[in-house]
Design a protein around this ligand. Structure first.
Ligand code: GTP
Ligand code: MG
Length: 198
């Protein structure tokens, strides 16, 4: 799919103020600094559409971007590094939960996982909540450029093993890099196919 236009629409903490839910929508979530905003820029071939920072906690609001005037990408705040489980639960109780559970045009949530790190409890707990609430999601392993192919394969294999403790089948996943655009085509194809279901 070709990205012709990508424009910022609105930022807020209130689902009632989000754009009318009359177009398919895809949101990005994961720990602070995992690369959510960078992935949105990579997918759209923009450098400054979503704001990026080396410091965790850059994105604080629900940010809507409209793509090709036909579908939305949504950048969400991350969950924290410290006291992870507690923060993840807090996140699940706040406006982000409201957004995830109530947003009727949300076709899929991309749950981002840093491909370099070992499975973390807050990510697993978060995905469990998605399962309980019947929210469709796929995983994106980010920052693949920082690993060798072997390290990457080993880490993803370890992650699969970890998830198989909870999930009967491993959720669908993509591998991405904002640096070399790995994953761009696959993720855009996934979105294009899912758009048909709207
Ligand atoms: P919050 O908004 O704070 O939750 O963070 P975020 O998940 O939106 O992360 P962001 O896109 O701001 O990126 C965080 C840092 O990781 C920045 O310094 C990015 O340049 C870097 N980064 C993101 N994606 C990649 C990637 O694929 N490869 C490499 N090498 N660095 C990346
Ligand atoms: Mg961000």
């Amino acid at each position: 799919m070709k990205i012709k236009t990508a424009d910022f629409v609105i930022s807020n903490t209130d689902i009632k103020k989000c754009p009318k839910p009359n177009k398919p929508e895809y949101a990005f979530i994961g720990r602070s600094n995992v690369g959510k905003s960078s992935l949105i820029n990579m997918l759209t071939n923009r450098t400054k559409l979503a704001k990026i920072s080396g410091k965790p906690g850059k994105t604080q609001l629900i940010n809507h971007f409209i793509i090709n005037e036909k579908w939305y990408l949504v950048d969400l705040p991350g969950y924290g590094y410290a006291k992870v489980s507690k923060k993840a639960r807090n996140l699940w109780a706040g406006f982000i939960k409201d957004y995830i559970v109530k947003r009727e045009n949300l076709m899929n949530l991309f749950v981002l996982i840093d491909s370099r790190i070992k499975p973390q409890k807050n990510d697993s707990e978060f995905m469990e909540q998605l399962g309980v609430n019947g929210i469709p999601f796929v995983i994106v392993f980010t920052k693949a450029d920082k690993l060798s192919d072997k390290q990457l394969n080993d880490n993803i294999f370890a992650y699969k093993k970890h998830l198989e403790e909870t999930w009967e089948t491993m959720p669908e996943y993509f591998i991405s890099s904002a640096i070399n655009k790995k994953g761009q085509e696959d993720i855009l194809n996934f979105i294009e196919n899912t758009n048909q279901l709207f």
